[in-house]
Design a protein around this ligand. Structure first.
Ligand code: CTP
Length: 405
C-alpha cells in the first residue's frame, strides 16, 4: 500500500520506545522503506540494533557521525523522507521543536525536512496536560505539524489517563491513509497558476479589441488543478463563468494587467498554464473620450503587447511552463515553433476550425507537445475531462523523467 514510500521514524526517549520497534515492523510490512533516527535517551530504552534489524537500514543518532562522506547525513535524511513520524515524542522534543531548537540528530532533521512531520506524543498524563506542553503543541499545530493523539489507559508511571503512544497498527493505518490521499492528490503542496479567457485592449471608454476566447478551457484547467490538490490561482480575463470552488481568482482586463498579475504569482509557482488568449496588439493611445466618427476611413495605430509567456520562459527556474496555441492551420508545426521560441516544457495545441473544439465549445480536441519532441493526441472530450487528462499525462511524463535521472 505504501510501496516506494520513505518514512523517517524519529524515536525519542520514553518507555514507549519498545512500541516504535513494532511500528517499524508494521510500516515495513505495509511496503514502506523505514529509516530510524534516535535520541540519546531513546537508546537508553532500546538498543539501536533492534531498529536496524527491523528496518534493515542503518540507525542514526550522532549528528557528527557521517557514515557517507558524499552527503551530510541529517540533510540527506531530511530530503530522503516522504514523511517523518516522531514516535514516541517526548515533552522535551515537542518543546525543542516548538522553539526551533536543533541540538541533536532528531531535532536538526526536524528543522531541515520539507516533508510532512507527524508527532505521536507519549508521556505521563500530568506532563501532557502541563500548560507548557499544551502551549508547545498548540504552537506546533499552528506551524502545520500533525499530531497523533495519545490514547487513554494504563501508563507505565502507574497513572491511568491520556499519554499512551497510539498503537503501531493505528499509526500505520493513518500513514497508509495519508499516502492514499496523496495519490489522489498528486498536486498537493504545489502552486499552479493558470491564465484564462481573452484580454480586452481599450480603444476609448466604450470600445475595445478582444477575441472570442470563452475562458472555458482555462477554467477547466483551474478546476482540475484544484481537484488534484494544488493551491490554484486563476488569473482571468473578462468572462462570465463560475469560479471553480477553492480557486483563488485574480480578475484582469488587459494584457498588461495580466502580465503584472502573473509576475506577482510567478516566483513561487510550480506549474504555470497559460491558456489565456492574450491580445498581441493594443491601441497605441487610448482615447480619453468616445471617438467620434469622421468622414471616410480611419486607421487605428496598434502597438505590440508583451508576450507574457515568452517573458516567463526567459526567467524560468523551477516552474513547469505550459502554453496553449490555438491555430487554424499547420497546428503541430506552429505549436512546436512556439514551444521552442517561448522556452516551454509543454504546449497544448488545437485547431480552432475543428467543430468539436475551439473557442466557446464545451469540448476540445488537442495535441500535447513536449519539449522532448513527443506529440500526444487527445480525442474530443468535454473540457473538464480533458483538463484532468492533460494534468495526469503531464505528471506521468514528469515522474518518468525523474525516474530516468
Ligand atoms: N501569449 C502570451 N502573451 C501574448 C501572446 C500569447 O502569454 N502576448 C501566450 C498564450 O497565452 C498562449 C501562447 O502564448 O499560451 C501562444 O499564444 P498564441 O496567441 O497562440 O501565439 P502567439 O505567440 O501570440 O503567436 P501568433 O499570434 O503569431 O500565432
Amino acid at each position: 500500500m505504501i510501496e516506494n514510500k520513505n518514512i523517517l521514524l524519529c524515536v525519542t526517549g520514553g518507555i514507549a520506545v519498545y512500541k516504535a520497534v513494532a511500528l517499524v515492523s508494521k510500516l515495513s510490512q505495509a511496503g514502506a522503506t523505514v529509516k530510524v533516527v534516535m535520541t540519546d535517551s531513546a537508546k537508553e530504552f532500546v538498543q539501536p540494533l533492534s531498529f536496524q534489524v527491523m528496518s534493515k537500514n542503518d540507525v542514526y543518532f550522532d549528528t557528527f557521525d557521517e557514515k557517507d562522506s558524499r552527503v551530510i547525513a541529517h540533510i540527506d535524511l531530511a530530503d530522503w523522507a516522504d514523511l517523518v513520524v516522531v514516535a514516541p515524542a517526548t515533552a522535551n522534543v515537542i518543546g525543542k521543536l516548538a522553539n526551533g531548537i536543533a541540538d541533536d540528530m532528531v531535532t536538526t532533521i526536524l528543522l531541515a525536512t520539507e516533508a510532512d512531520v507527524w508527532i505521536a506524543p507519549a508521556m505521563n498524563v500530568h506532563m501532557y496536560s502541563h500548560p507548557a506542553v499544551v502551549r508547545n503543541i498548540e504552537r506546533l499545530y499552528l506551524d502545520g505539524y500533525r499530531f497523533i493523539e495519545p490514547s487513554e489507559g494504563f501508563l507505565a508511571c502507574g497513572y491511568v489517563g491520556k499519554g499512551r503512544l497510539e498503537e503501531p497498527e493505528r499509526i500505520t493505518e493513518l500513514v497508509c491513509q495519508y499516502f492514499n490521499e496523496m495519490n489522489d492528490q498528486p498536486l498537493k503542496g504545489k502552486k499552479v497558476v493558470i491564465t484564462a479567457g481573452p484580454t480586452r485592449e481599450r480603444i476609448d471608454p466604450v470600445r475595445y479589441i478582444s477575441n472570442f476566447s470563452s475562458g472555458k478551457m482555462g477554467y477547466a484547467m483551474a478546476a482540475a488543478a484544484q481537484k488534484l490538490g494544488a493551491e490554484t490561482v486563476l488569473i482571468s480575463g473578462p468572462v462570465e463563468l463560475p469560479i471553480p470552488t477553492g480557486v483563488q481568482i485574480i480578475r484582469v482586463e488587459s494584457a498588461a494587467e495580466m502580465y503584472d498579475a502573473m509576475l506577482s504569482q510567478y516566483d513561487d509557482a510550480n506549474i504555470v498554464v497559460k491558456s489565456a488568449a492574450v491580445a498581441d496588439y493594443r491601441p497605441k493611445s487610448v482615447h480619453a473620450q468616445k471617438m467620434k466618427k469622421k468622414e471616410g476611413d480611419d486607421v487605428l495605430e496598434l502597438e505590440r503587447t508583451t508576450d507574457i509567456l515568452k517573458s516567463l520562459g526567459k526567467r524560468k527556474e523551477q516552474q513547469l511552463l505550459i502554453g496553449f496555441a490555438a491555430e487554424t492551420m499547420d497546428v503541430i508545426a506552429y505549436g512546436e515553433k512556439k514551444l521552442e521560441s517561448k522556452n516551454l516544457d509543454y504546449i497544448i495545441v488545437n485547431d480552432v476550425t475543428d467543430p468539436s473544439g475551439g473557442f466557446g465549445s464545451d469540448t476540445n480536441v488537442v495535441t500535447l507537445l513536449s519539449r522532448e519532441g513527443e506529440a500526444i493526441p487527445f480525442s474530443a472530450m468535454p473540457k473538464e475531462q480533458l483538463a484532468t487528462c492533460l494534468f495526469e499525462t503531464i505528471l506521468q511524463q514528469e515522474s518518468s523523467k525523474l525516474h530516468d535521472r
